[in-house]
Write a protein that binds this ligand. Structure first.
Ligand code: C2E
Ligand code: MG
Ligand code: MG
Length: 736
């Protein structure tokens, strides 16, 4: 299976390994080349130094034979015998040099000796041109000790390295005219034997003099020029490569190291990839499952709410091309009672199938409750047919169903609403269809009921409530009660939900469910909200360690100064926001997700915890859980009241808990009224519970007394036995 997370992890792995391998290899190779370069430069310096030493040696020799009083005298005397005995024989016998020539001041070769004997004769080498050059070389040299000059010349027998110097009378050298002195030239062949001896002294085996090829441009090796200035060759050797030697030695360990690194990296990342994949998969599966009704395969309430909250449906509503049909089965309870839930399930399946057949192909058909169905229709043709479809749904049940040999007759209450294009949101359309369905339930005639404004009642009553709400705080009619929220595993009280109470002089006690919507309409909700929060700040001083849940209406959240006001009140009472959870319903999230996201992020950053209240009713898009930073979700009490009695409710609760698990959101179940509900929720591993069975909402003093009674453990209902449940949730079959 391919998944973006897997793709990203694989890419990172391959890139990481490649970068590491390439970096290591490039680094090692670079180091080897650098070492080679350094060694090459070093050898070049040594070779040049060796050549310089050879020049110094040949110059020293020439100096020894020319800065010599007796030799000068013998030359002046023309004493050939003395010269042969003291100079020539020495050259031939000792082979101290390969040749020695003495030139007269007028450039004639006077004496010449060569070794070995097969060397060229003096005349063929000592051309007038060479003698002229020798004169040029020596002309600038002073007549003194150590004034010899050296150069090269090519001969048929090889390249000669030689030095020249004037034979001078040591005693009065400064007073003689240099041009009257004879010149001595001597030296030796720069043959490959000599060169390789020289090379070996600095560990080069193959130092040699090679002719320069035409167009050769390399300057790596030094050139040798003869006395005429002509390039006669190049000193060539194989540069040492210590870098490569090191490279050869480290290749195996580095390759091994890299291999081990790659294996470890691959192993680590593959593991991470598998983990990420399975997590993404289980989240995906949880979401899929949460959208589908397992019994009929139809979309369930979540899925339907998501659909109706979708942009496409909203646009269809705005265009006046959307309709909702609600259908509620009557008489279903007697089916369950007579043939059990399993039989009831079979009937639901048959019902869904029969209803599906009469719906247009593009209708979205959903099972939104145990015996409640809903249809969403969009588009002009579908709308024109909606009355007919709704009516057909009623009459589809005229024929009885046969389940396990028994015949059952059920009826359906069907209501529907069509968007008229003027200010009808999907939420409003759902409400209208719901209202129409309730009308159908109570109607005498068995037919589908369309929504009409006549169904709206109590408008006047709401107006009077709104008036009475004004000044209710000042009149001390408002108070706050607290209901414990309990950890399911050990029934310890962990937090309290603050709930407002209104004891009106005019109407008596009015339920918040009735007056809060009116307060939202008139704007009184802002003052009520601040009153509750302030009261909670005061009361909670007596309950260290407990968090307080505060209900927040969408209208309050829309108020730009809401977050600042809460912050200021908390500061004034010296309470940290971390001790509060704000309970929100989805209203604002649906209408204005971008603004809501910003506001929630702000509250969160101030330290407030966020809880999604009444989850499962309204729009409850699973998308909200992912988009908004909720820490808790509260499963609405309408699900809990059906727990155990209605398999669909069980399945839905189970998927909500799984959803919370998959998204790392704590799940609270509210409205627990019986011990069976409590134990079932514990069995389903619901983390927190709240309800009349555990504790009713009570005034602050009663909470303080209760906490004192419960003591350290804060455990509520100590007499209740708490079987500990081990997981294996999937093995549970709550429907049987
Ligand atoms: P809610 O936030 O879902 O609060 C839970 C409601 O369920 C409360 O009703 C609580 O008394 C009730 N309840 C708790 N346990 C059980 C049980 O076991 N069975 C049944 N049937 N009900 C149970 P209440 O106090 O009437 O509040 C109704 C709604 O009014 C609240 O629903 C909340 O949405 C709103 N409300 C209450 N106080 C405030 C408030 O201070 N500010 C705002 N904005 N809304 C509030
Ligand atoms: Mg609440
Ligand atoms: Mg609630």
């Amino acid at each position: 299976m391919s998944h973006p997370i897997a793709g990203r992890i694989t890419f990172n792995l391959v890139a990481g390994i490649l970068v590491t391998v390439v970096t290591v290899i490039a680094g090692v190779v670079w180091m080897a080349y650098r070492q080679n370069d350094q060694a090459a430069a070093q050898t070049r310096t040594m070779v040049m130094g060796g050549i310089d030493a050879m020049h110094t040696r040949v110059q020293g020799l020439a100096n020894d034979y020319s800065w010599w009083e007796e030799a000068y005298d013998a030359y002046q005397r023309g004493d050939a015998a003395w010269i042969e005995a003291n100079i020539g024989t020495g050259i031939v016998d000792t082979q101290i040099a390969d040749f020695l020539v003495i030139l007269s001041p007028d450039h004639q070769v006077k004496y010449g000796w060569w070794t070995p004997p097969e060397a060229p004769n003096t005349a063929s080498v000592m051309s007038p041109a060479l003698i002229g050059k020798i004169e040029d070389l020596i002309r600038t040299a002073p007549v003194e000790n150590n004034a010899a000059r050296s150069s090269y010349v090519e001969t048929p027998a090889g390249t000669l390295l030689f030095a020249v110097s004037r034979i001078a009378p040591v005693s009065n050298a400064s007073s003689v005219d240099p041009s009257t002195l004879p010149v001595l030239a001597m030296g030796f062949y720069l043959n490959n034997q000599r060169l390789s001896e020289l090379g070996r002294s600095f560990l080069i085996n193959d130092l040699s003099l090679e002719p320069v090829k035409a167009n050769e441009t390399t300057h790596e090796f030094p050139e040798i020029r003869d006395i005429f200035g002509k390039v006669i060759g190049r000193l060539v050797w194989t540069p040492p490569t210590p870098g490569f030697a090191v490279l050869r030695n480290v290749v195996a360990p580095i390759a091994g190291g890299l291999l081990i690194f790659c294996l470890i990296a691959m192993w680590t990342v593959l593991r991470a990839r598998r983990l990420a994949l399975s997590q993404a998969l289980s989240e995906q599966q949880a979401i899929e499952a949460a959208r589908t009704d397992s019994l009929t395969g139809l979309t369930n309430r979540f899925g339907f709410n998501e659909l109706s909250a979708s942009a496409a449906f909203e646009e269809a509503c705005a265009r006046g091309e959307a309709a909702i049909i609600y259908l509620d089965i009557n008489g279903f309870k007697s089916v369950n009672d007579s043939i059990g839930h399993q039989g009831g399930d079979v009937l639901v399946g048959m019902l869904a199938e029969r209803l599906s057949m009469i719906l247009p192909s593009d209708a979205r058909f959903a099972r939104v409750g145990g015996d409640e169905f809903a249809v969403a229709l969009t588009g002009r043709p579908a709308l024109d047919a909606v009355a007919g479809v709704a009516s057909a749904m009623v009459h589809a049940l005229d024929q009885p169903f046969t389940v396990t040999g028994f015949q059952f007759q059920v009826t359906a209450a069907v209501g529907y609403a069509v968007s008229d294009g003027i200010d009808v949101s999907p939420e409003e359309l759902l409400r209208r269809a719901d209202l129409a369905m309730y009308q159908a339930k109570n109607a005498a005639e068995r037919d589908a009921v369309p929504y009409h404004s006549g169904l709206e009642t109590g408008a006047l009553h709401r107006k009077r409530l709104g008036m009475a709400l004004r000044g209710s705080i000042e009149a001390n009619e408002m108070s706050v009660v607290y209901q414990p929220i309990v950890r399911a595993s050990d029934l310890a009280v962990v937090s309290l939900e603050a709930l407002v109470r209104w004891d009106s002089k005019e109407f008596g006690r009015v339920s918040p469910a009735e007056f809060i919507p009116v307060a939202e309409e008139t704007g009184a909700i802002h003052d009520i909200g601040k009153f509750v929060f302030q009261r909670a700040c005061q009361d909670m001083v007596d309950w260290p360690g407990l968090r307080i849940s505060i209900n927040v209406s969408p209208a309050q959240l829309r108020d730009p100064s809401f977050a600042n006001d809460l912050g200021a009140i908390a500061r004034r009472h010296d309470v940290v926001p971390n001790r509060f959870k704000l309970e929100l319903t989805e209203g604002l999230l649906v209408r204005n997700p971008t603004i809501a996201k910003r506001k929630l992020a702000r509250l969160k950053s101030m330290g407030f915890g966020l809880s999604l209240d009444d989850f499962g009713t309204g729009f409850s898009s699973i998308g909200y859980l992912r988009q908004f930073p909720f820490d808790w979700l509260k499963i609405d009490k309408s699900f809990i009241s059906e727990l155990g009695a209605n398999p669909t409710a069980n399945a839905l609760i189970q998927s909500m808990i799984a959803l919370g698990d998959a998204m790392d959101i704590a799940v609270v179940a509210e409205g627990i009224e019986t011990v069976e509900q409590l134990q079932l929720l514990r069995l389903l591993q619901c983390e927190y519970v709240q309800g009349y069975y555990l504790a009713k909402p009570m005034p602050a003093e009663e909470i303080t007394a209760l906490l004192a009674r419960l003591g350290e453990s804060r455990r509520i209902l100590p007499e209740l036995e708490l079987p500990s449940f081990e997981p294996g949730r999937s093995a549970l079959n709550l429907q049987s």
